[in-house]
Design a protein around this ligand. Structure first.
Ligand SMILES: C[S@@+](CC[C@H](N)C(=O)[O-])C[C@H]1O[C@@H](n2cnc3c(N)ncnc32)[C@H](O)[C@@H]1O
Length: 209
């Protein structure tokens, strides 16, 4: 990153990885880095353990899906799920690419044009003193816009309603508009974990003005 970006994610490492996961991190991850010469259609930012990335890969077998996630254990979980017992990528997941770091590192290069960008349950950073860590500030939304094809869509889902309202305020200071907010709830690990003590997930779909 050229300028010092404020960190928007929590921890980078969780519990120690298994021998198999370490092997996949060493041998498979470098082979499935995003490559700007491919037609990269779909980006998911902060994929957690990657369940939704895998769904996208199966739903759109002819499209390349890039997932970005700086949490090492999440990256390892996705690698483990897309590889078979011989540690080879399963045929249905050959269209997945993984960027194991802060997504701004690739977005700032402006080399990609996505038709869809997904952000499901971005960290809400609820304490006032952490507000600056919120990823979906106006500047970042404009960065997403510059990496979005004409007529492309940015789909954001959060069950943190205060963050939802904050994001809709941020959108007013961008080159984007809200074109829809009604889609069926998408189940992710975070969404299921929080269902018991939070509200339903709200969505915002953005496109160019
Ligand atoms: C609350 S979790 C949600 C994970 C997943 N989307 C889900 O719904 O289960 C938010 C994720 O966003 C990731 N994240 C935060 N800032 C990011 C950034 N700048 N680039 C990529 N991922 C980021 C975090 O590491 C974390 O895994």
């Amino acid at each position: 990153m050229e300028k010092q970006e404020i960190r928007t994610f929590g921890r980078r490492h969780g519990k120690k990885l298994s021998i198999r996961k370490n092997l996949l991190m060493e041998n498979i991850l470098p082979k499935i880095c995003p490559n700007e010469s491919e037609s990269n259609d779909i980006l998911e930012i902060g994929f957690g353990a990657g369940e939704h990335v895998r769904e996208l890969a199966q739903e759109y077998p002819n499209k390349i899906i890039i997932g970005a996630e700086p949490f090492v254990n999440g990256v390892a979980a996705l690698l483990s799920a897309i590889c078979d017992d011989n540690n080879e990528i399963r045929p249905e997941y050959k269209n997945i690419r993984i960027f194991p770091d802060d997504v701004r590192l690739i977005l700032n290069q402006n080399k990609f044009k996505f038709s869809t960008i997904w952000i499901l349950h971005p960290d809400p950073w609820p304490k006032a003193r952490h507000e600056k860590r919120r990823l979906l500030a106006a500047e970042f939304l404009n960065l997403l816009g510059s990496n979005l094809k004409a007529n492309g869509q940015i789909i954001i889902g959060t069950d943190h309603w205060e963050y939802y309202d904050w994001i809709t305020e941020q959108v007013k200071n961008t080159n984007l508009i809200i074109c829809n907010s009604k889609i069926e709830t998408i189940e992710t690990r975070y969404q299921k974990k929080n269902m018991a003590h939070t509200t339903e997930t709200k969505y915002i779909i953005l496109t160019h003005k």
